[in-house]
Design a protein around this ligand. Structure first.
Ligand code: NAD
Length: 691
């Protein structure tokens, strides 16, 4: 049987404008005469196997020769294209007339839906669905419309490579249910659809080289496959399917991204096999609202990333664009399943206030002490809420690397370390019904990232310590007057650099709510108190003392004799220094052990799990943490601390200060300076005006 095609000679064909990646750089390079020769050759070959109707060329419509984009003709109806680009919109009346003159009933797409005909809608040529490419020239909604009109299944495929901006450039169905396609042109969901629906022996994935010869833009009629170029491999594949590849040069049209399929339009496609109405849907959509205070730009940025991965389209609904007002977005997906998974992911990023699905968090019971169920949700430093029993519950004891334990009876949620889990506890699994609540500063930071990164999260060696101290001191005074807790973490360098006396003054003045450190700071502080040395070096003169190497172990020995630092202070053995002041002022401290500890002092907690617990106890409710030259203990503390707590990280090493402060939020300040100098400046600033 001879098929029927429509073609339009390239009398006025030129590359006059640039509306796709191929045209880029090819403006005015197409030679009309050569194009006519190539087109005539294609016409001659095709007319050997098929009947061809001709449309007259029209001046000023250079792309009219691409008849394949004019519409989709199926079962006597022409679904007229609505071109995305104004450059091609003026072709529409000519195509409408061409269809009407051939006795076809013409149907238009719904208002505002763009559609580029058979270039994006590919018929099955055997059993199977109609395939619709979207993303560049055709809207997803066109699939819905076609599915309803044709009463068949339409499978949307998201085009992800702008070089293949229409489906027929990278996807060709051939008689007998065969398929040539270029996988690199699709997103992963679409590839899964193709692989699920077309058996492997019926499809061939062309490589990029062949794809770029536009071998998929081919026309088949009576076993002959006409295409611009056929590599030996393509010839072999088509031969294996019982078809004959016939190559005909179409180089001039390829300058505009067109080839055989694009130059021809089938007029006698039979209606596809009908399917159930349920299957006919191609667009799933939902509208979701976000709270005020969030930036629509940030939500859309997340959305773009999701869109590239899943094929959904996300659009900000008109009305609001400022981050101070609530706003809504419409999410459109190729199927309900994809839509829901994207919405859940968006919800998990926080700020969503309306949910078109059940968002109850999934809980699973712990069946082995200290082991979380598979798929558990791991927390971050950001405040987290869990949707349980119909409402959002804020997790207590927020920290990173924990799991969320829900107590359904008490309707509470808390963060728990995996090792602390007990059988029967109920742990959140998956991301459903979990959202993180970013501190308001995080949004502002992302929006005005440059200003903020300069001001806060980037360590600047040039920044003078005084400037940083100024704002830290101001914040400390504010927190102190509010009754908020300020926790200090300190390493032994504080003593070596002569910072001890200033830290003492801060403790005595009520700026230190707790001190966290290791064995060394206490050993060196007490050594300094007893001998005036730190590791045997006289701190005033900076010179080693005879026998000084014994000082620190003698001190450890004496404190051990007393039983604890507190007892050594109370007994009058330790008469000055940071630890005496802590004891006298009743300020709690915690010393965590390490492998390099001498002694250790009786107060040093060598059971690390116990030490972590003790640190966590003293960190509870802190409004600010000042980390002074101890990488080990500061990192440990950082891991336990939720976002929103102001961190000040003082270290002489830029890399350490930055690492400690780098928490993706504006609430941390790295200060790159000598810790002794820092404490001196800080105390000077805080004591100003105190007489
Ligand atoms: P650390 O290496 O984790 O951190 C020290 C930090 O101080 C480094 O980041 C460094 O860049 C910074 N630093 C050095 N000089 C500085 C200066 N002048 N100003 C500002 N920052 C400066 O070491 P740590 O926290 O001191 O010790 C790690 C562990 O080892 C702790 O548990 C500690 O108690 C233990 N330790 C024990 C003994 C002992 O028992 N005798 C001695 C030393 C350390």
């Amino acid at each position: 049987m001879r098929h029927r095609f429509l073609m339009c000679p390239p009398t006025h064909y030129r590359v006059e404008y640039s509306i796709n990646a191929w045209m880029e750089g090819n403006r005015d390079r197409a030679r009309t005469e050569l194009a006519e020769r190539e087109w005539n050759a294609l016409y001659a070959l095709l007319s050997e196997h098929a009947d061809i109707d001709l449309l007259d060329a029209v001046p000023d419509l250079p792309d009219l020769t691409f008849a394949g984009c004019a519409g989709l003709v199926v079962g006597g109806t022409a679904y007229l294209s609505r071109f995305r680009f104004p450059e091609r919109r003026s072709e529409e009346p000519y195509w409408r007339r061409a269809f009407e003159e051939r006795g076809l009933s013409v149907v238009e797409m719904p208002p505002d839906v763009v559609f580029e005909g058979a270039a994006d809608a590919v018929m099955p040529h055997g059993t199977g669905p109609v395939w619709l490419g979207y993303g560049f020239r055709t809207d997803l909604e066109a699939g819905d419309f076609l599915a309803r009109r044709l009463g068949c299944e339409v499978v949307p495929l998201k085009l992800a490579d702008e070089r293949f901006f229409q489906l027929s450039m990278c996807f060709a169905t051939l008689e007998g249910g065969y398929l040539l396609y270029y996988p690199g042109a699709f997103d992963s969901r679409s590839l899964r659809e193709i692989e699920r629906r077309v058996p492997p022996e019926h499809r061939y994935a062309v490589n990029e080289r062949d794809a770029l010869t536009l071998c998929c833009s081919c026309v088949e009629t009576n076993g002959a496959v006409l295409l611009a170029r056929a590599s030996a491999e393509i010839e072999r594949v088509l031969g294996g399917w019982g078809k004959r590849a016939i190559a005909t040069d179409l180089r001039e049209f390829m300058l505009a991204g067109g080839a055989a399929r694009c130059l021809t339009l089938r007029l006698d496609e039979p209606p596809p096999a009908a399917s159930t109405a349920g299957e006919a849907r191609t667009v799933s959509r939902a509208t979701v609202a976000f709270r005020s205070g969030l930036s629509p730009a940030l939500v859309l940025e997340d959305a773009n990333e999701l869109s590239a991965r899943t094929g959904v389209e996300i659009e900000l609904l008109p009305g609001t664009r400022s981050r101070h007002q609530a706003f809504a977005v419409e999410v459109r997906g190729p199927d309900d399943e994809t839509l829901e998974s994207v919405l859940r992911e968006l919800a998990g990023r926080g700020g969503m206030t309306s949910f078109p699905f059940s968002i109850e968090a999934r809980l699973e019971e712990v069946d082995q002490d200290g082991v979380a169920p598979l798929g558990f949700y791991g927390t971050t430093i950001f405040a987290t809420e869990v949707f349980h029993g119909g409402r959002w519950l804020r997790a207590a004891r927020q920290r990173m690397d924990a799991v969320l334990v829900v107590d359904p009876a008490a309707r509470t949620v808390r963060c728990s370390l995996i090792r602390d889990l007990r059988r029967g506890e109920r742990v959140v699994v998956g991301h459903d019904g979990v959202r993180t609540v970013l501190p308001p500063g995080r949004q502002a930071e992302s929006e005005e990232s440059e200003a903020f990164s300069f001001m806060s999260s980037q360590a600047s060696t040039e920044r003078r310590a005084e400037t940083a101290v100024e704002s830290i001191a101001w914040e400390m005074q504010r927190l102190k007057s509010e009754g908020s807790r300020i926790v200090f973490v300190a390493g032994p360098v504080v003593i070596h650099t002569g910072g001890g006396p200033y830290l003492e003054k801060l403790i005595a003045a009520g700026y230190v709510s707790a001190l966290l450190g290791g064995n060394a700071i206490a050993v060196h502080d007490i050594e300094n108190s007893i001998y005036g040395t730190s590791l045997g070096v006289n701190l005033k003169r900076g010179t080693p003392m005879r026998g000084g190497h014994m000082h620190h172990i003698s001190v450890i020995n004496e404190v051990r004799r007393h039983g604890s630092i507190e007892k050594a202070v109370r007994a009058g053995y330790v008469r000055s220094g940071i630890f005496r002041t802590l004891v006298e002022c009743g300020v709690p401290f915690s010393l965590a052990g390490s492998i390099r500890d001498d002694g250790p002092l009786p107060d040093t907690i060598m059971d690390l799990i116990e030490a972590q617990r003790d640190y966590a106890r003293l960190l509870e409710g802190a409004g600010m943490i000042v980390m002074l030259s101890s990488m080990l203990h500061s990192i440990g503390v950082g891991n336990m601390t939720p976002a929103g707590v102001r961190l000040v990280c003082v270290d002489i090493n830029v890399a350490v200060a930055t690492k400690l402060a780098d928490r993706g939020s504006v609430d941390s300040t790295p200060v790159v300076t000598d810790v002794g100098l820092f404490l001196n400046l800080l105390w000077r600033r805080l004591s100003e005006g105190q007489g």
